[in-house]
Design a protein around this ligand. Structure first.
Ligand SMILES: [Zn+2]
Length: 497
C-alpha cells in the first residue's frame, strides 16, 4: 500500500465517523435550506474528486488488461473485461462501469519515445479539469461524447482546440465558451465554489447538460456534413423480432419506422374505433340494469393492449388469406396445424402449430383451421397421417363473401369489427360433421371466435339465418334472437335485394 492509498483510507474512516454521527443524530433533518444546499455542494465536490481518481485508476486497469490473456490484470482477478472488474470492485452497475472505461479511454496518455515523458491525452484540457475537481465523470463524458461521435471527421488540431474551449467553459472562464455562457445557472453561490479553481473572475460553472450543448455546437461546426441524415440512421436501426415462447406467449419486439408504425396504427384503429352508433339494439332485448337510460354499452373487459393484440391477429389472418402474399415452397403461406385424430374428434387435447414450439389447445387449432391459409394435418396414435385438411373444410371466397354480406360483421351484439376483418365460424364444428356451407357459417371477429367457448354467447342456425342467445345481463329472458347486423338493420323484403 502506498501512502496515497493510506491517506485515502484514513479520510474514508473520518468521513464514515462524521456521517455515522450525523445519521444517528438526524442532523440533516434539522438543517435549514441553506445548509442543505451547502451539504449537497460539498458532496458534489467530493464526488468529482473521487470520480477523477477512479478514472485515473481505470486507465491503468485498461492498459494492464491488453496483453496476453495470462498476463492481464483482469485475468489475475478472475474477470473478463475491465468493466467486469470495476463492477466487482466498485459495487457499481454495468452502465456505471462502462462510463468509467469510456472516460479512461479518452484520458489515457502514452509516454514519448525520446524523453519518456507523458504525451497529452486525447482530451488533455478536460482531463485536467476532471483532475482539478472542476467537472465530474458526467461533465467529462457530456463534453467529449458529441466530438467522439464525429471522431473520424474532426482533425486533431480542431479537436485540441475544442478540448481547450470546453475546458475553459467548464472552468467558467469568459471568452473560452464564446456565446455559450451559462445564464441559466440558478444558484450563483454554488457555481462560484465549483468554479473557484479557475483563474481570473469565473463565470458560473456550467452543468453537464450545458457542457454537452456547447460540445454539440462545436461538433456541428467542425463536422458540418458528417452527421448522417437522421432518417438514414433510423432506417438502419429498424427491426422486428419474435422472441422465444415463455409462459404460453411469444414476445414481439422491434423498432418501426414512422411510416410503418403509422400504417399499423391506422389498421389497428380501423379495427378498434368504437362505432357504437351503428350497433342496433334488437327489439325485445331487455337489460338487467334498466334503471339506466344511457345507450347500451357492450361489455368488453379487454384492455387496450389486448384489443390491439386481437386486431393484430385479424390483420395477419386477413393478409394470409388475401392471396397476395408470396408463395412459400410453391404454395401460399399456409400455417400447418397438426393434431391427433382422437384429440380432434373429442375437442380435448393439444395441437402443434407449425413455426412455434408451443402446443395450443385443439379448440384454438380448430379456430385457426376455420380460416383460410391454414392446413390441418390429422394423425393417429402411431403417427400415421389420417387426413390432411382440404379446402373442403375452409369456406371459399364466394361463401365467405356471401356470409359476410348476410352478417355484416361480427354477429356478437355490440361488437363493431367490420366484415372484412372477420373469420368464418363453423356453427356446427366441421370435425363433428358440420358442413362447410353458408347455412353453417357465421362471421365472428378474432376475439369472439377465440373466446366463444368461454363466453355465454350461443349461436345456432335456423333456416340459414344465424340466431344468438345472449347472457342474462344482456337478455334477461335468454331467448334465441336473430343475429347479424344486416338482419337487424333491414326489413325482410330489403334483405332479398
Ligand atoms: Zn366480435
Amino acid at each position: 500500500m502506498n501512502s496515497v492509498v493510506e491517506q485515502l483510507e484514513r479520510l474514508e474512516a473520518e468521513i464514515a465517523s462524521v456521517l455515522a454521527g450525523a445519521f444517528a443524530a438526524e442532523v440533516v433533518a434539522g438543517m435549514p435550506d441553506a445548509e442543505v444546499m451547502v451539504l449537497l455542494e460539498v458532496t458534489g465536490r467530493l464526488q468529482r474528486r473521487i470520480e477523477a481518481v477512479q478514472v485515473e485508476a481505470t486507465v491503468q486497469v485498461r492498459e494492464r488488461s491488453e496483453g496476453l490473456r495470462g498476463e492481464r490484470m483482469t485475468s489475475a482477478y478472475g474477470c473478463d473485461r475491465p468493466a467486469d472488474l470495476l463492477r466487482m470492485v466498485l459495487h457499481t452497475d454495468r452502465a456505471g462501469a462502462h462510463r468509467l472505461v469510456a472516460a479512461a479511454g479518452l484520458t489515457a496518455r502514452v509516454r514519448g519515445i525520446t524523453d519518456g515523458e507523458f504525451l497529452p491525452a486525447r482530451y488533455d484540457a478536460l482531463r485536467r479539469a476532471l483532475n482539478d475537481g472542476v467537472i465530474g465523470l458526467a461533465g467529462f463524458l457530456a463534453a467529449t461524447d458529441p466530438l467522439e461521435r464525429s471522431r473520424k471527421r474532426i482533425l486533431d488540431e480542431a479537436r485540441v482546440e475544442a478540448d481547450r474551449q470546453l475546458a475553459a467553459f467548464a472552468r467558467g472562464i469568459a471568452g473560452g465558451a464564446g456565446d455559450g455562457g451559462g445564464e441559466d445557472v440558478e444558484d450563483a453561490g454554488m457555481a462560484d465554489a465549483a468554479g473557484a479553481a479557475a483563474a481570473g473572475h469565473p463565470a458560473p460553472a456550467p452543468t453537464p447538460d450545458e457542457l454537452g450543448q456547447f460540445a454539440r455546437v462545436l461538433a456541428a461546426y467542425l463536422d458540418p456534413d458528417g452527421a448522417e441524415p437522421k432518417d438514414e440512421l433510423a432506417s438502419r436501426g429498424r427491426s422486428l423480432r419474435l422472441g422465444r415462447e415463455r409462459d404460453g406467449r411469444v414476445s414481439l419486439r422491434g423498432e418501426l419506422l414512422p411510416e410503418v408504425a403509422a400504417q399499423l396504427n391506422r389498421l389497428l384503429d380501423s379495427l378498434l374505433s368504437p362505432r357504437v352508433g351503428e350497433v342496433p339494439v334488437p327489439d325485445g332485448v331487455h337489460f338487467i340494469d334498466s334503471q339506466h337510460d344511457e345507450a347500451w354499452m357492450p361489455v368488453d373487459d379487454r384492455t387496450r393492449p389486448q384489443k390491439q393484440h386481437d386486431a393484430f391477429a385479424a390483420i395477419l389472418m386477413t393478409a394470409a388469406r388475401s392471396g397476395e402474399m408470396p408463395d412459400v415452397g410453391g404454395a401460399p403461406p399456409t400455417l400447418v396445424v397438426t393434431v391427433s385424430a382422437s384429440a380432434y374428434a373429442t375437442g380435448e387435447g393439444w395441437a402443434h402449430v407449425d413455426g412455434t414450439d408451443v402446443l395450443v389447445p385443439v379448440r384454438v387449432a380448430a379456430q385457426t383451421a376455420c380460416a383460410g391459409g391454414v392446413q390441418r394435418v390429422l394423425f393417429d396414435e402411431r403417427g400415421r397421417i389420417v387426413s390432411i385438411g382440404t379446402s373442403a373444410r375452409i369456406f371459399n371466397a364466394l361463401q365467405r363473401r356471401a356470409i359476410l354480406t348476410r352478417d355484416g360483421g361480427c354477429i356478437i351484439p355490440g361488437c363493431t369489427v367490420p366484415a372484412t376483418w372477420c373469420e368464418i365460424h363453423h356453427v356446427r364444428d366441421a370435425a363433428r360433421g358440420g358442413p362447410t356451407h353458408t347455412d353453417n357459417g357465421v362471421a365472428l371477429c378474432w376475439h369472439h371466435h377465440r373466446t366463444l367457448h368461454l363466453s355465454e354467447w350461443q349461436i345456432r342456425m335456423r333456416h340459414g339465418v344465424p340466431e344468438i342467445r345472449g347472457p342474462a345481463w344482456w337478455d334477461r329472458e335468454r331467448r334465441w334472437r336473430p343475429a347479424g347486423r344486416q338482419v337487424l338493420r333491414s326489413s325482410p323484403a330489403a334483405s332479398c335485394g
